[in-house]
Write a protein that binds this ligand. Sequence first.
Ligand code: HEM
Length: 410
Amino acid sequence: MHCPALPDGFDFTDPDVYQSRVPLPEFARLRRTAPVWWNAQPHGVAGFDDDGYWVVTRHQDVKEVSTAPEVFSARLNTSIIRFNQGISRDQIEVQKLIMLNMDPPEHTRVRQIVQRGFTPRAVRALADALRRRAEHIVGEARHKETGNFVTDVACELPLQAIAELIGIPQEDRARIFDWSNKMIGYDDPELAITEEVGANAAMELIGYAMNLAAARKECPAKDIVSRLVAAEHEGNLGSDEFGFFVLLLAVAGNETTRNAITHGMHAFLTHPEQWELYKRERPATAAEEIVRWATPVVSFQRTATQDTELGGAHIKKGQRVGIFYSSANHDPDVFDHPEVFDITRDPNPHLGFGGGGPHFCLGKSLAVLEIDLIFNALADAVPGISLAGDPRRLRSAWLNGVKELRVRYR
Ligand code: HEM
């Protein structure tokens, strides 16, 4: 289907588009005129053996796709909507070892096991340690006159949170961070990370996690690794399954939270009345609005397991379907004035953590805790923080990423 409102060849997964902006006006046009729209692509450009994908833009349709795994599979072509360097069928097979790319019943089994490490109690238990970390991170930044908020503040807490949760020894944490960054940044030439470097980093991280699992099996500690792998039977993860789980955590928990924090800071600094309100009242609703506003994951994808209809479009078996959280989070049928950054927004049924199906973000409460802790620390220690430059964006097909945000801390 041709959409006359969009320039010919426009692609909602084009990394060059996201290097300058999230295409919110284009999403708005589709929501009004063709809410489920076929985005044609030159053959194989997304890495798959096909000629395009469906763009799902409305809140209700993103939810529908997310909650019907029997019709919309995460497994057939993975959840990632574009592999710029291509992906072979063999590589897709390997991706199925990551729970984000599994369907029920395999997904249900793994999810039930790993959920044990993410109970509200397990997350609450990290709060004191992470509060101290957040205060330390902001305290260090405060000594500088100006700096890059992304590397000074936003990067560190998400890494520490995952490391703390898993029980990774302090001396290994820098290595884990380095591997995580290499795995995610390969679409951005400025980061000079080749696909090979990314793949090697992933292998090293998996190897590290498998060794950790083996060690904890021998000698259990009071951490999530020990709880998940303690004895290898039906109700636990094998060491290799644990390796792929840590790989997913490193990607899913770092870049996302880091970008929520960075976009949140930028939103506060460009909406000073919201920063004043935050400093005064610290509303509990702020973190969710920051995630809606940032929507760090622009999209994931599913693949139709059968012919089906969605939002008036006829989707054929085997076609890919992109679920665009960024668009859903600006749907005026659900949000009053979605273009307004309002930290008291309540209710706030945003889909930044997913559309509520089986893959709904496992780390949501941890992410919300981290965002709360870091902005509380910032409001206490650097209340006069101000912008010192425009954000420089990451080149990526599906992440709303920022590489640099210059700020003045004092
Ligand atoms: C603001 C920060 C975050 C955002 C915006 C975010 C977003 C998402 C989204 C959109 C999904 C897919 C949902 C779906 O397909 O329905 C997801 C899944 C996931 N997230 Fe997060 N996430 C964040 C933080 C975290 C953190 C801190 C962790 C862990 C430490 C984490 C772990 C995961 C895992 C393991 C999955 C896969 C769950 C599954 O397949 O069952 N995320 N996240």
